[in-house]
Ligand binder design. Structure first.
Ligand SMILES: [Zn+2]
Length: 307
């Protein structure tokens, strides 16, 4: 198993939580494997994903007592579900595909991120803003900025083919990033910490525009040169796009990287496609993969970024 920190301490007590993401009031547990070779001790991680709190106590030669606590997270692999295009549907609020997906995430007790499009907030009635607000209040769901108008490969006024964040000006891109941040904050009461470009189409202006948005700290499928925490594309769940394929996923799955980010489009999945996706999630759960939101992954990978 992987652990985030190697803790070496002199004297210690251990407590275990039930899951690697359950950081509240851990239950007292049996001491786990520790090798002591004074003045250091080496902790051996438990076999299954967990959060372990180590409390160390020591006494100096002059008699002064010292104490400290460290929490280490034990995991096999993190997985982020990057679910794109959370759109409004009149009379239904969102599509049947989204409803099925949200129900599934709740039933499996996993976590997901959802791409929010600014214009959809403007288009939606109050039920849409309420649904976003309610989901965001549940720690399983994190919304991220998926642009304002979601334009992908459309002609501009000069007839050039552009996307919202590719081939457009710095000012246009910054305005669109900020509009969605503001709509999410003002209409839904939520802060968006991550961004993913529609169609994953971006250019050098996007890097600059995001630099001017310090509240966005994470870029899903962004370029290496960005100053944000970039979570890169890994193996696909949908092969081809919009089509989850369990057999193809099994062939490509790699348990080695510390984390994987999977792009999906639950909005229009039918029963069959959804079934393929469910098999993939259940397979990953069998592998003891832990599903996290982008912000949670940031907390584990680069906690110093978080204000
Ligand atoms: Zn999209």
């Amino acid at each position: 198993m992987r652990i985030r920190l190697l803790i070496i301490m002199s004297l210690f007590f251990l407590q275990c939580a039930r899951s690697p993401l359950d950081s509240t009031a851990p239950d007292a547990g049996e001491p786990l494997s520790i090798d002591i070779e004074a003045p250091a001790a080496t902790f051996t991680a438990p076999e299954h994903p967990d959060t372990v709190t180590i409390r160390a106590q020591a006494r100096r030669e002059d008699g002064a007592a010292l104490a400290g606590t460290a929490t280490i997270v034990v995991y096999r692999q993190w997985a982020v579900l990057k679910a794109d295009d959370f759109r409004y549907v009149p009379s239904w609020t969102v599509s049947r595909g989204w409803r099925r997906y949200v129900d599934f995430v709740s039933r499996r007790e996993i976590r997901t991120s959802l791409g929010l499009i600014g214009k959809e907030i403007e288009r939606g009635d109050s039920s849409f803003a309420t649904m976003i607000r309610d989901l965001a209040a549940d720690h399983r769901y994190e919304f991220w900025n998926h642009g304002y108008d979601h334009a992908v490969s459309v002609p501009d006024s000069l007839g050039r083919i552009v996307s919202e964040f590719r081939g457009t000006s710095y000012e246009h891109q910054l305005d669109h990033l900020r509009r969605t941040q503001e709509l999410a904050r003002e209409e839904c009461g939520i802060a968006l910490c991550a961004f993913g470009a529609p169609g994953n189409a971006f250019d050098a202006n996007t890097v600059r525009a995001l630099d001017a948005c310090p509240d966005i700290r994470i870029w899903l499928f962004g370029p290496e040169e960005s100053g944000k925490l970039v979570l890169p594309r890994t193996i696909p769940i949908e092969q081809p796009i919009f089509n989850p394929d369990f057999a193809a996923f099994l062939t490509a799955y790699d348990p080695e990287p510390p984390f994987a980010v999977y792009q999906i489009h639950p909005k229009d999945w039918d029963e069959t496609r959804f079934g393929e996706f469910a098999r993939i999630v259940d397979f990953l759960l069998d592998q003891e993969v832990t599903f996290v939101t982008p912000s949670e992954l940031e907390r584990f990978l680069e906690p110093e970024r978080i204000p």
